[in-house]
Design a protein around this ligand. Structure first.
Ligand code: HEC
Length: 181
C-alpha cells in the first residue's frame, strides 16, 4: 500500500501546520514556532473516537478519513508512527536507535517525539478503535488498463531487475549498426 500512503501523505501535508503546541496538553514547557492547540486531557472524557481523531490528528495536518487506508496499514503502519509524535510509545523502545547522531540531534532539537504523552492513553485507544472499525479490510484501487500491444514485431520481456516492485522508468535505445537494443 506504499503508493496509497504516499498519496495520502502529500494530500495531508499540503495543509500541514507544524508541530502541535506542547504546552497545552503537557504541563508548562516550551512553545513551538507555530502553536496548534491540543485538547486539555481533562476535558476529553466525553468525546468519541471520531471527535478525538478530529481534535488530535488535525493539530498537525488535514483530517485523514479512515477509508483512505486499509485496516492493516492503519494498525501496523501509520497509527503507531503518529502515536510516537504524540508521545504514545507502547513498547517504550528508543526512538533514536540506529539513527546517525546528526539526525538524532535534529530530531531532538525539533522536538519531533515528545518526552511525555501529549494525550491520555484512553483517548488514543478510542482513536485506534475508530480507525480500525471504519477502515476497509482492503482498499479497492482503480483497475489499471491493460497495455495494448501496439508494435506487431515486438514482444514484451519483463525485466528481472526489481521484479516489478516499484515503478522504474528505463531507457531503451536501438543501435542501428549492431541492430540491437
Ligand atoms: C505531531 C504532529 C502529527 C500528529 C498529531 C499527527 N500526525 Fe499524521 N503526520 C505527521 C507528519 C509530520 C507526517 C508526514 C511524515 C510521516 O509520514 O511521518 C504525517 C503523515 C500522516 C499520514 C501519511 C502517512 C504515510 O506514510 O504516507 C497519515 C495517514 C497520517 N499522518 C495520519 C494521522 C492520524 C490518523 C493522526 C491522528 C491519530 C495523525 N496523523 C496525527 C504529523 C502528525
Amino acid at each position: 500500500m506504499q503508493f496509497a500512503r504516499l498519496f495520502v501523505a502529500v494530500a495531508l501535508l499540503s495543509s500541514c501546520s507544524g508541530s502541535p503546541d506542547h504546552t497545552s496538553a503537557a504541563e508548562g514547557g516550551q512553545a513551538n514556532q507555530q502553536p496548534v492547540s491540543l485538547p486539555d486531557t481533562t476535558e476529553t472524557l466525553h468525546l468519541n473516537g471520531q471527535q478525538l481523531a478530529q481534535a488530535y490528528c488535525r493539530a498537525c495536518h488535514a483530517f485523514p478519513e479512515p477509508a483512505l487506508l486499509d485496516k492493516a496499514t492503519w494498525q501496523e503502519g501509520v497509527l503507531p508512527q503518529m502515536g510516537l509524535r504524540l508521545g504514545i510509545n507502547p513498547s517504550g523502545s528508543s526512538l533514536y536507535m540506529n539513527k546517525p547522531p546528526e539526525e538524532v540531534t535534529e530530531l531532538m532539537q525539533a522536538k519531533i517525539f515528545p518526552e511525555r504523552p501529549l494525550m491520555a492513553q484512553r483517548d488514543w485507544d478510542k482513536i485506534v478503535a475508530y480507525y480500525l472499525q471504519h477502515a476497509p479490510d482492503k482498499l479497492t484501487l482503480p483497475a489499471t488498463p491493460a497495455v495494448a500491444p501496439a508494435l506487431a514485431d515486438f514482444t514484451v520481456i519483463t525485466p528481472v531487475l526489481n521484479k516489478g516492485k516499484y515503478a522504474l522508468t528505463t531507457l531503451v535505445k536501438y543501435e542501428p549498426a549492431a541492430q540491437a537494443l
